[in-house]
Design a binder for this molecule. Structure first.
Ligand code: UDP
Ligand code: MG
Length: 318
């Protein structure tokens, strides 16, 4: 019988965990497969870990990994992948916004059709603040323009994949992780399922607009180097423009003489050009900082404790 590993990142989710387990048990009961639920406690400050321990006690299929601090959802997914033993591996949120009821269909597709992974996409963003969905749409539009890796709008991290694809994702051991890009980058045959947005079962979203903005920068710097070329393009543009302006000024002086004037326009030009230079420096800085962090080879996550004995300390496989 196949074993399905389900990776569930949790950060302060004491309220959502029991609800999730109840729903998931129902689904596991319907499916003809073995299961392991790998709960990853991403440095929660509430009773999330206690809840996980309770589940581990009543159901041996529940395992848990607990981080030494909050490392982020991406790190939690990576930790889950390194520990998953299944033939098929799923990533799923704990708040039931990734409906477990889709799992039987996803499993059937992988078994019967020629796909390596089944991913999910929200067909609507109903229930989300208007500004947030607007910004999200702009981001996907922009990143797909400048990146060769396809990053699907509305894609959730919720997907079921086979061993081959999971091992490929594990090989991408970069520190700055952007899963939506990583799943696209490794390729493999992926089928997309659409579903309608579901509201959170309990608790609150962990993503503020600022956090999402930083995450989007992660995506851009991780999967495109086009912004780096911006400096050169602007440089060429400005050189051309200045040649033209010089020509105009020379001719104007020769024909009409040169009364001293025009300092406001001069001030504007100085502001604009220095603005552009700072912008380009900033872009360089973004890439440099990412490179800097990668070269440190810091572990992606650190475990404080886990349901597995003998791996309580500094467990990081990079
Ligand atoms: N999460 C996490 N670490 C974080 C942020 C979020 O493990 O730093 C988990 C969270 O517990 C949840 C999932 O990632 O299971 C998705 O988070 P959330 O529901 O807040 O995001 P949204 O659905 O609003 O995009
Ligand atoms: Mg959610």
């Amino acid at each position: 019988m196949d074993k399905i590993s389900i990776i569930v990142p949790c950060w302060n989710e004491e309220a959502a965990l029991p609800i999730y387990y109840k729903e998931m048990s129902r689904i596991m009961g319907q499916m003809d497969a073995e299961f392991e639920l790998i709960f990853v406690d991403d440095g929660s400050a509430d009773k999330t870990l206690e809840e996980m321990k309770k589940l581990h006690e009543i159901d041996a299929r529940c395992r848990y990994l607990s981080f030494s601090r909050n490392f982020g959802k991406e790190a939690a997914i990576y930790a889950g992948l390194t520990h998953a033993e299944g033939d098929y591996i799923a990533v799923m949120d704990v708040d039931l916004q990734d409906p477990p009821s889709l799992l039987p269909e996803m499993y059937r597709i992988l078994k019967e059709e020629d796909y390596d992974s089944v991913a999910t996409r929200r067909s609507t963003r109903a229930g989300e603040p208007v500004i947030r969905s607007f910004l999200a749409r702009q981001f996907y539009h922009f990143i797909n323009k400048i990146s060769k890796t396809e990053i699907v709008d509305g894609a959730r991290d919720y997907r079921l994949m086979n061993r081959k694809m999971a091992d490929a994702v594990l090989q991408m051991s970069e520190y700055n992780r952007f899963s939506k890009g990583i799943f696209g980058w490794v390729g493999f045959k992926t089928k997309w399922l659409d579903f309608e947005n579901v509201e959170r079962s309990a608790g609150e979203t962990k993503w503020s607009v600022w956090k999402l903005f930083r995450y989007s920068l992660e995506g851009i710097t991780g999967f495109s180097v086009v912004p780096l070329a911006l400096a050169s393009v602007l440089g060429i543009l400005f050189c051309g423009l200045s040649a033209l302006v010089i020509l105009v000024i020379i001719i104007r002086t020769l024909v009409w003489g040169d009364p001293v004037s025009g300092w406001p326009s001069m001030a504007c030009i100085v502001f604009m050009v220095s603005g552009v230079q700072l912008l380009c420096l900033g872009i360089l800085g973004q890439y440099l900082s990412k490179t800097y962090l990668e070269t440190k080879h810091r572990p992606i996550y650190l475990l404080r404790e886990s349901s597995e004995e003998g791996e309580t300390h500094a467990d990081h496989k990079r």
